[in-house]
Design a protein around this ligand. Sequence first.
Ligand code: SF4
Length: 253
Amino acid sequence: MRCGGLQRFSLADFPGTDAAIVFTTGCNLRCPYCHNPDLVTNGGRAGVAEAAVWDFLERRRGRLGAVVLSGGEALLQPDLAVVCRRLRDLGYRIKLDTNGTRPQALAGLLEASLLDYVALDLKLPLERYPEIGGDGRAVGQSLEILVAAGVAAECRSTVVHPLLGADDLVAIGGLIANRLPWILQDYRPPPRCLDQTFAATARPFDDAQRDDLWRQLDILGLCCRWRGQEISREAPPSVRISLPARPAVQNGR
Ligand code: SF4
């Protein structure tokens, strides 16, 4: 695993427990608003020694609840299953943040019961993925794999004008069709972003755009939660998040 960074503690990234976040390097998409350009464009070179990450995780075993594998795109790492098994042996729950472009790799980890929680980014309507260098069919497959697997999961979309309009988000919501929780997150200008030209015009939705989107979602009965806004349509009970028990720590302290 090539590590670009390690966040040692977060209370916001795994429901119900504290977590460390491991950022892997390399990504196969080019989202213009990406706030991790170093992870995307450094050719997959490691920014943090993997041994240092494992040393930290070994020392925190039994005290830290979960590890989030994020990126970049973590499913590009060829040894991710090995990494997950090692995390399991240390007693960690495992969350994967993914852009959904590697459905077979995702399915393999799920079939091996190596993931407890998956956050799938849905960035555009599927037919528009070529604009950011991706294949929407693969992302659609990942969504269906997650729904079928029954693993705790959520979909996330960044609400950013002018890349997305209300119609685009309605299309994404229609794809999810209330089968998984859907989190909308406002675009926040990062200190550095992948496409500085895009950054010059990018902004979150204004009130009129937000109202328009909300009205359309309401008419269609599409559920979502808008992070940071006091607005949400509750997902039906069948899609609310339910996490499995924490795995046993092997040779725990
Ligand atoms: S936002 Fe995520 S998927 Fe998009 S380029 Fe950045 S790391 Fe890759």
